[in-house]
Design a protein around this ligand. Structure first.
Ligand code: ZN
Length: 341
C-alpha cells in the first residue's frame, strides 16, 4: 500500500511520512480512527514507506522488492494480530497466526478497509465476537524477539487494539516499556478510551477522521439509546414498560435487529473485559455512574449465559422467528443472567 493509493487524509499522510523522514520513528505507534476511513491502510502505507529502498516525494516506490512484499502482505518481518475466536476448524490453543491466510485474503479483498463486522463474517464467526488474547500477546513478544529475516525492521500490526483483553494488554506492556531495538508495534484502534491508560500513554498516536467514524457513531448512538433504556428495565422487570421497549426494538427491520444484537454482544464483551479492571465502558448512556456500574455486572459467572442468550436471539431473527417473542425471551434470559453476577 502506497500513500497515494489511499483516498484523502492528506494531512495524516504528510505527518506519517515526516515521522520517518525525520528519523523519529516510535517503537509504539498508533493510528486512531475507523478502518473504513483508511486507518489500517495508513498504518500499512507507513510501514511500507519505512521499509522502502527507494522512497521519494513522501511516498514509497511501490516497485522495490520490499514494497512488493509489503503490498502482498508477504513480507517476512511483517506480523499481525487481530480479534479472533474459535472456528469450526480451529478451536484449541489458537492465536491470530492460525487465521492469517483468511486475514490476508480479507485485507487484500477489501483493500484494508473492511470493518470488524465484515472480518467476523469473513471468518464465519459473526455471532461470536472475537478478542485479542494472551496467546496473541505472547506471539507479539516472541516474534519481535526473533532476528529480522530481511535485516531491517520487525513490524507487528495490532488491528483493533481495543479488543485486547486485560491479560493480553498486561503482557504487552512490558514490551512497550522495554522495546527490542529495531521493532515497531503499530496499533490500529477505533476507540482508544477502551485501551488501558498504561498502554495509551506509551504509544505515539495519530488521529484519522472521516465519514466511516461519523456513520458508525450515528448508528451506535441510536443503538446505544435503545440498549441503555432496555438494560435499565431488565433490572426492574416492570412488564408494561419492558413490553413497550421490546416493541421499539422489534420495530427495527430484520437486518437492523441483527446489527443491534451484534452491537449488544460487543458491548457485553467490552463490559466483561473492562468491568473486572474497574474501567468504565462508554455504553452511551450519557450517565457516568451507569457506564461505571453496568460493566461490573458482566462477570466470569454470567458472560457465557449472556452471550448464549444473544446468540439464540440472533439465530431466531435469522430464522425469521417472531421478533417480539424472541426479544422478550432474550429479556428474561438476560435479566436472569445479570442476577447471577
Ligand atoms: Zn519501495
Amino acid at each position: 500500500m502506497q500513500f497515494k493509493d489511499i483516498e484523502g487524509q492528506q494531512d495524516v499522510k504528510k505527518r506519517l511520512a515526516e515521522i520517518i523522514d525525520s528519523g523519529r520513528v516510535s517503537h509504539a505507534q498508533m493510528v486512531l480512527g475507523a478502518t473504513a476511513d483508511g486507518a489500517l491502510q495508513l498504518a500499512l502505507a507507513y510501514l511500507q514507506y519505512l521499509c522502502c529502498e527507494n522512497r521519494h516525494d513522501g511516498d514509497s516506490c511501490g516497485e522495490c522488492p520490499s514494497c512488493k512484499k509489503m503490498a502482498s502482505l508477504m513480507h517476512p518481518d511483517l506480523h499481525f494480530v487481530f480479534p479472533n475466536a474459535a472456528t469450526a476448524k480451529v478451536d484449541k490453543n489458537f492465536w491470530s497466526g492460525d487465521f492469517m491466510p483468511e486475514f490476508r485474503e480479507f485485507l487484500l479483498q477489501r483493500n484494508a478497509r473492511g470493518t470488524l463486522d465484515e472480518w467476523y463474517a469473513h471468518l464465519g464467526i459473526e455471532n461470536k465476537q472475537g478478542m485479542i488474547r494472551e496467546s496473541d500477546a505472547a506471539h507479539i513478544v516472541s516474534d519481535l524477539a526473533l532476528k529480522s529475516y530481511e535485516g531491517g525492521w520487525k513490524m507487528m500490526v495490532v488491528w483493533m487494539a481495543e479488543k485486547m483483553n486485560p491479560a493480553a494488554a498486561n503482557k504487552l506492556l512490558k514490551t512497550l516499556e522495554e522495546p527490542t531495538p529495531g521493532t515497531i508495534i503499530m496499533m490500529v484502534c477505533e476507540s482508544d478510551e477502551r485501551l488501558l491508560p498504561t498502554i495509551r500513554s506509551r504509544v505515539q498516536t495519530i488521529t484519522v477522521r472521516g465519514e466511516g467514524a461519523k456513520a458508525k457513531n450515528e448508528t451506535d448512538a441510536a443503538f446505544a439509546e435503545l440498549l441503555v433504556a432496555w438494560l435499565r428495565l431488565l433490572f426492574k422487570l416492570k412488564m408494561k414498560e419492558l413490553s413497550a421497549q421490546v416493541d421499539k426494538m422489534a420495530a427495527l427491520n430484520r437486518e437492523q435487529q441483527k446489527q443491534f444484537l451484534g452491537y449488544t454482544l460487543g458491548v457485553m464483551r467490552d463490559c466483561f473485559l473492562h468491568g473486572a479492571a474497574g474501567l468504565p465502558v462508554d455504553i452511551g448512556s450519557g450517565d457516568q455512574k451507569f457506564d461505571t456500574m453496568f460493566p461490573t455486572m458482566v462477570t466470569v459467572n454470567n458472560v457465557e449465559m449472556i452471550e448464549q442468550a444473544l446468540d439464540e436471539a440472533i439465530m431466531a431473527v435469522e430464522r425469521n422467528a417472531n421478533a417480539k417473542i424472541a426479544l422478550m425471551q432474550l429479556s428474561f434470559s438476560m435479566s436472569r443472567a445479570l442476577k447471577k453476577r
